[in-house]
Each structure stands twice: as C-alpha cells, then as structure tokens.
Design a protein around this ligand. Structure first.
Ligand code: 3IO
Length: 336
C-alpha cells in the first residue's frame, strides 16, 4: 500500500516537472542572446525606442530571446554601425543615415526639403519608401524599423532672426541637413550628434541644426539660448539586424520581429513628436531660451534658397541610374 502511494506520488511529480519544462518560459540562460548597439546616450530617442523594442520582443516571444542593449557607442559608434552589424560585431544596431550620405541615396531623399511636417509622418513615409524600393544599401541586413526625427530648427548661442544673421555661422549638421545650412549661407560642420556636446562646450561650433528634443535630452539649452523655428528637414534612421543571425532565429521569433516593424516605426515617430513639445516647454522654463519665429516674408526668403536642392538631387540620382523623379513623387504622396 505504502509502496503504491509512493509510486503515484513520484509519477505525479514527473508529470508536474514535464509540464513545467514544456510550458514554462525558458530561463534567461536558455534564451537566445542578441546584442543591440546604439550610438547616442541612453536618454535620447534612438535608445528609448531600443529599450521599448527590447521589452516588447522579449515579452512577445515568451522570453525565447534576451536582448542586451548597448547605448552610448559602447559596442559600436555612429559611423561604424552599419558595417559593424554586417560583420556581426553586434547583432542589431541603430543607424543615422545622414552620417553616410553617399551610402543611402534613396532613403536619404527623405531629408530633401519636401515639407515633412512631423516625425510620425516622416517615419511612415520613410518606411513606405524603403518597402517600395528595397534599396541595395540594405541588401546585407534585415530592417527591423525605420523612423525619422522631427523637422530641424536652428539652435544657437547667438540670435538668428534673418538670413543675414546665419551667414558664416558655424553650425553642426550632417548629410541633407548640412546642405540646407549651406544654402542658407551658414558654415555647416559635420559630425555625429554625440560629438556635438564637446563641440558646443569648446565653442568650435556656435550651434546646431536638428530636432528640438536634443535641447533637453543633451541639455543643449544650457549652451544654446536661441532657437529659430525653420521646421525644415528630418534625419532618417533605421534599425538593422545581421542577416545570418536573423535567419538563424526560430520562425516564430522572426515573425514577432517582422510584425513589429511598422508598429515600432510609428511608435518612435509619435514618441519623438511628444518629446519635442516637452523639450520646448522645458527649455523656456529652465533655461529661458528664446524661440524666434520667422515672419512669412522672411520665411519666404529662406525657402527660396532651398529650391535648387531637390532639382540637383534629381539630376544627380538620375545620373546614378535611379528613378529619381518617381522617388520624389512617392515621398510627396506619402506625406499627404
Ligand atoms: C539624433 C541623433 C542622436 C540622438 C538624438 C538625435 N536627435 C536627432 C538626431 C539626428 C541626428 O543625428 C542629427 O545629427 O541631428
């Protein structure tokens, strides 16, 4: 009798253990570990979206994957990001396409002065453009998300109220945005965003041209007491994954990631637009920053300086064998 009860208990325990093994989420040690590199500091939007993606992917795969995030350029820095992910130094990375303008010609067309009004619209336009043209530049990776920042404004140590004020001013910008500054008569100085902190402190640049959330996230409001509202051009970003690493993942994990592509792109655009509002309020309250709006008449002068940029791009891209007219037409249509 006693022996029989013992056997039943043992069988029952085996049953429980088997159930646990089959249905429980695997412990972290069993999970597939993925390293995700990012170039700017943790509080900035490319890293906030990274943490959001990590949490969602871990949750939606029942912890089949564990994502280790590396903000602040600790695994790969801005300019080495694309090649680092292709080489497998990181499994996943966030790139800012403006830092290698010649490499991402089609997607960088979103940083022409075409009137993208906010980051949510920009992010959708960029993702659609990517999905339609599947540019060769991304052939060696898998795209997990595409998003943009909000339109750029001039943040500076001296007030910029007219085109005359910006002439010859050393302002930091990269890629398409640098071309815009040049057309306005400024002196664009190219460097990735994280390098701008020191450049402003040392005074090697007198300001920068980008989206306004950096006033708060990088504390640029402490150096730049003036903002001129130009609301012109975005920077395109992408989250990319090493292709063979992606192909080695179980199909259900791949599906979770692919199903998140549009959602994550939209989430990031919407998050960025929210951060802009907060950063403007914070800059006024905590650093007494002056926000300068251009009169309609003055703005028309600024816009007129940019008219040749898209035409030049079309000519150049056509010579490179790209359907340039169609690309511009598509971006304009996506913005509507
Ligand atoms: C950017 C890059 C890293 C962190 C925050 C950021 N906000 C806007 C950008 C775009 C950019 O790289 C740039 O150079 O303006």
């Amino acid at each position: 009798m006693v022996k029989r009860a013992f056997c039943t208990t043992i069988s029952f325990l085996f049953f429980i253990i088997t159930c646990l093994a089959l249905f429980s989420t695997p412990a972290a040690a069993d999970a597939i570990n993925l390293n995700y590199a990012n170039f700017p500091p943790a509080p900035t939007f490319p890293c906030v979206q990274m943490e959001r993606w990590k949490v969602e992917v871990e949750k939606r795969t029942n912890n089949q994957v564990a994502i280790n995030t590396f903000p602040g350029g600790t695994l790969l820095e801005a300019k080495g990001m694309m090649d680092g992910v292709i080489a497998g130094q990181a499994d996943i990375g966030t790139i800012c396409m403006a830092y290698q303008p010649g490499r991402f010609i089609i997607t960088n067309a979103t940083s022409l002065p075409l009137g993208i009004p906010d980051a949510k619209t920009g992010s959708m336009a960029l993702l659609k453009l990517y999905e339609k043209y599947k540019p060769k530049a991304f052939e060696e990776v898998v795209v997990l998300a595409m998003f943009t920042n909000a339109p750029g404004n001039v943040m500076s140590m001296v007030p910029v109220r007219t085109l005359e004020d910006i002439r010859g001013l050393d302002l930091r910008a990269s890629g398409g945005a640098a071309q815009i500054l040049k057309a306005w008569g400024a002196n664009p100085v190219g460097m990735p965003m994280p390098a701008t902190v020191e450049a402003l402190q040392k005074g090697t640049v007198k300001g920068l041209f980008s989206s306004l959330e950096v006033m708060k996230d990088f504390k640029f409001a402490e150096n730049c007491k003036f903002v001129t509202m130009t609301e012109t051009v975005i920077y395109p970003f992408s989250v990319i994954m090493n292709k063979s690493k992606f192909n080695s993942l179980p199909p259900d994990v791949q599906k979770v990631m692919m199903d998140m592509k549009e959602e994550q792109s939209l989430w990031t655009g919407a998050y960025m637009d929210e951060q802009i509002k907060k950063a403007i309020a914070w800059s006024k309250e905590s650093n007494n920053v002056e926000f300068i709006s251009l009169s309609a008449e003055e703005k028309a002068r600024w816009d007129a300086k940019l008219e040749f940029i898209t035409q030049d791009w079309i000519k150049d891209a056509t010579e490179k064998g790209l359907p340039a007219e169609e690309i511009i037409k598509d971006i304009r249509a996506y913005i509507q």
